[in-house]
Design a protein around this ligand. Sequence first.
Ligand SMILES: *Cc1c(COP(=O)(O)O)cnc(C)c1O
Length: 302
Amino acid sequence: MKLNDKLSVSPVQKITFRNRNYFLKRDDLINPYFNGNKARKFDYFLNTDLSNYTKVISYGGNQSNAMFSLAAFAKIKKLQFDYYLKPLPLFLKKNPAGNFKYALELGMNYIELPDYETFFQKMSSEDKTFDILGEKSLLIRQGGAEKEAEYGVKKMAEEINVWAEKGNIKKLSVFIQSGTGTTALYLQKHLNFKVYTTPNIGDKNYLLKQFALLEKDKTNYPVILETKKKYTFGKLYREFYDIWKEISKENNIEFELLYDPKTLIALAEYNKNIKGEIMYIHSGGVVGNESMLMRYKYKKMI
Ligand SMILES: *Cc1c(COP(=O)(O)O)cnc(C)c1O
């Protein structure tokens, strides 16, 4: 994989899943490092002159997809990358894998800080640049939940609008996973069709709060679909692995193991109620599958 800052228009292809046809938007193919929605979310910063900065700072989980993409981003922009996370499990420290391993290879500098949440929550959402001893740093909040994400996600919406017009598709419903909900929200804001999303972190109320932080106009909010069963984010479930395996095998495309499974379960539960065409967004992140599969194996669940 060669490090480059080019984001290409992502192709759309036909797939099948449980006896229904879908369109799959391959946002996983935009760029090998910033795949999927992290590419969309960081597009703005990629196109911004940051030459007077020395550092990018961010924080979050030790296997975050955003962490990996930011490590590549910092390298392209020739900036140092400081990532704050909770003290690492000894096993991961000794055997780096997945997003963590590749972020380290890209030069990430990590800082273990038990209470990084309080530390960063104190900063207002407008605060993005710090000056520490004359060094300018750019802060990117956990998961890239920034207003600047709108710039790149709008491009995705426009790609879909154009694609639908060319294909004369009048009725389309678009399914996308949500973590912080940033991508789903801005997609709905600029898309001519209805967006359906499934909360992975937290529940419907968490997601509505996240939407409200970014957008006042409720008519721009996507439809939130919960699964019948409650799931805890990051936990392993046999049915998650099974649905991931099923759709990946049926189409010979690697799906993602952290956000896709719950969204696919919601899709399987609701698609009967939806008329017209359905598009599913592949939001990338497959680099993280390596460590997810290790965890499934370690727990002897597969
Ligand atoms: C980060 C990520 C999400 C969540 O995106 P949000 O904009 O935070 O909702 C979903 N899917 C994948 C694969 C991701 O990497």
